[in-house]
Design a protein around this ligand. Structure first.
Ligand SMILES: [Fe+2]
Ligand SMILES: [Fe+2]
Length: 191
């Protein structure tokens, strides 16, 4: 865990509890293809987890299970990269790893919305939203909402690429815009 203690201590319980649980879970159990990557590390996934939970918690429509979908997506989403570029398809490989992982391990429940958000996180919004709507028609609205939240969370960690790494005009939610200074500071303190 790289997040400073004072930040963790000030998180609302609905964020703090899943954040600590899933960070520890990722550290202890998940394997990352690009173990030596400097920009797609476990540290990146840990920060994306934090941002996703914070955005999710600030939007009244999200349930505890929705936050769990965001958590599963965050810790698995970049595990199966083959390189540090766009690497289109790493989302689908992560989703396949997630599904197989959940079949073998009983301490994590497979959540289909998480597998879809993960699978399409490396596609543009239009493509991802269309594919999700076709894959899970009964839960399309909810899954697309979580997809857009997750993409903002992943984008907020672009400050690890440099002070100008993120064009904030592309953020999809006001809740994410409110986290821009926090995300910039967190990278400065931990990367
Ligand atoms: Fe990714
Ligand atoms: Fe990522």
């Amino acid at each position: 865990m790289t997040t400073p203690r004072y930040i963790i201590d000030n998180l609302p319980a609905q964020v703090k509890i899943p954040y600590l649980h899933w960070t520890e879970y990722m550290e202890s159990n998940l394997s990352f293809n690009l173990a030596n990557s400097e920009i797609h590390t476990k540290g990146h996934s840990e920060r994306v987890l934090l941002y996703a939970l914070l955005i999710g918690e600030r939007m009244a429509e999200n349930t505890k299970t929705d936050l769990c979908v965001l958590a599963h997506t965050a810790i698995f989403h970049d595990t199966r990269r083959l390189d540090d570029g766009l690497d289109t398809g790493h989302g689908a490989r992560a989703a396949s790893y997630y599904m197989k992982y959940c079949e073998i391990n009983t301490d994590i429940a497979f959540l289909k919305p998480a597998s879809l958000v993960m699978k399409y996180h490396d596609r543009d919004d239009e493509t991802g939203i269309k594919a999700i709507a076709q894959s899970i028609p009964n839960e399309a609205e909810r899954t697309i909402r979580l997809y857009r939240i997750f993409k903002d969370a992943d984008a907020l960690d672009r400050f690890r690429l440099g002070a100008n790494g993120l064009d904030t005009r592309f953020l999809r939610h006001q809740e994410a815009v409110q986290l821009v200074d926090f995300a910039r500071d967190l990278v400065r303190q931990t990367v």
